[in-house]
Design a protein around this ligand. Sequence first.
Ligand code: GAL
Length: 713
Amino acid sequence: MMNRRDLLKGSALALAATAAAASPVKEPASPKRQTSLTWAPVFPGIWKATIGVPEKYTPISGRTIPPAEGALRRLPAPQEASIKLLGAKVGPLGCLITLPLAPNENIFGFGLQLLSFAQRGKKKTIRVNADPKVDTGDSHAPVPFYVSTIGYGIFVDSCRRVSFNCDNARLRPTKPISTTSNEVATPDSVRTLPLEASGVVTVDVPRAMGVDVYLFAGPTMMDVVRRYNLFSGGGVEPPEWGLGFWYRAYTRDNASEIVELARELRERKIPCDVLGLEPGWQSHAYSCSFAWHASRFSDPKGFLAELQSLGYQVNLWEHAFTHPSSPLFEDLLPHSADYGVWGGLVPDFVDDAGRKVFGDYHGKNLIDAGISGFKLDECDNSDFTGGGGWSFQDFTQFPSGLDGEQMHHVFGLRYQDAILDQFKKRNKSTFGLVRSSGALASPYPFVLYSDLYDHRDFVRALVNSGFSGLLWCPEVRDANSELDLVRRLQTVVFSPLAMVNAWYIKNPPWKQIDQERNNEDQLSENWQALEARCRNIIEWRMRLVPYLRSAFARYALDGTPPFRALVLDYPNDLRLHGIDSEYMMGDRMLVAPLFAGEDAREVVLPEGVWHDFWTGQVFNGGRSYQIPGFQEDIPVFVKAGSILPFGGVALTTTSNATRDLTVAVYGDGSLTWKLDGDAGLELRRSSSNGVDVRAVGSKPHGYRIVAVQHMEG
Ligand code: GAL
């Protein structure tokens, strides 16, 4: 056992950690904080090593949702830990941990990374930042978790800015050599030299006198991710309306203008389940009053009743910083930080009482009034964007004892808790948006989004989100061209949350693709044609709802991420280690978005036989194809043998028409489709070349087959 003086001296602990056999033990309610240099079993297939004296508050010690224990125990679990901890050192600057990296091994993860995919050779620092413009690890939702292609995952349980040096920390040279080169060395030429790989991941945990490191076993990469998600509390299953189409209205619109928009969407036959209100609904928005604006929204009850009668769920924008004019202000004051943001209080969401005061207000005043969800904005350290004053500083102190640096890593998560608790208390489901999240997030019904807007980065974020239990919305706002709008809309329809966020655009983007034309007489010339094109894409979202429901039901059941990188399904295909612009949606569909302005794109298909989703044409996998940029539809490929259900198109998911299934059979139909759950069903090939429906839950599922299409190509 080390004492504190040893730690400060920086004693190196050579951790030839022997893998302790994993017996299925329950994690103790209050784990003992002691130094352990070996992996100790936590759950089957999950081990922990304690280095030094970990900090009191960490993502795991502060978690509010327990592991999904039953499902976790059902996963196959190796008895032995497959990797050793190579070393650990605790000193005045924090902890340094060394983990192995084999020659052909690659690693992925670290949360919602927008700028890179495979992480070997890179340094990633887990720092929350709303504006990640450089590939340093900064993210709306960075997570200190990585997954290896050889089938294990590492989680570092810290709210510090942990740096992962993934095979890029070089040891010093120890032997003199002579050089004969005539070349003048430049940084670029050095970069191309074959540097000797270190063969390790070096993890630097600043400021902490100790940390717990968790090892998640495979055997496959997918098992690692499942185990992490189930340990987090299991995958979320959104309410069905959350999988429909979302539209966020212009922030300057008043109640009657929003009702007008709501009617227009219905009249123009644009499906829409959720209507979002932006800052303008509040009497004060930066910081927030959480109260309706007296003149723009003079009759909130009547307004909400009107929207509900049109069939909309209503989602409200807000951030946590609480303005002195807010009815919540005085109650929140004792539960807030010593510094403010935008002239408002920063709630201490780690403090149970702070979370409750903030949440109770929302429950009584907004959820009980019929609000179905929230968009939790600005919780992601936008100080880096705004140049100061847009978030709390690292030296901020919270009543719960956390400092600002620690709080940034859990602010989005505990904010989600404050809101989610209120829905749970009322036995209501919700689905919302959040701009920051982090570790152990898979059970939260919130989807990440960003103010950034590069279409390729948005797709990469979607691909990366699946490694770390996160959901991402590549939202559509304005566009450079009609094609840009179409391409972005196609991507968002094949994503966890299909949304147009027109917060700064007066009219729907198909009427004015850019920000400027805000008057009726300045609308795009051919807007009706563009609207028809967009409607057609949005209708596909409605058709996809049953399929998406099954992908999310699986997420809840065994932690399989509904949206994920190809490498998770095909870890041994080395070509896929670099594919960050294609992803799996559920188990059967591979999506490869087109980007406006590009003549063509390459689509790499994994092994096996695939069908074009739209035409049924057969493509042999294990090779790549060039898809021309003028192709109208988003390229989607379906695994041969799949049976896919498409719902009927209606203006909302509550319509009975959505229960009328058109079933597409790709190839021989040998791959059964299943929606798990109480109201579940299964679709199977029948002997008469048709498809049979079978209920698999205790409640009626309400679906019926109205047509079967054989997609032979
Ligand atoms: C931003 C947010 C946008 C929009 C805007 C309203 O922070 O990312 O989506 O809500 O605020 O002011």
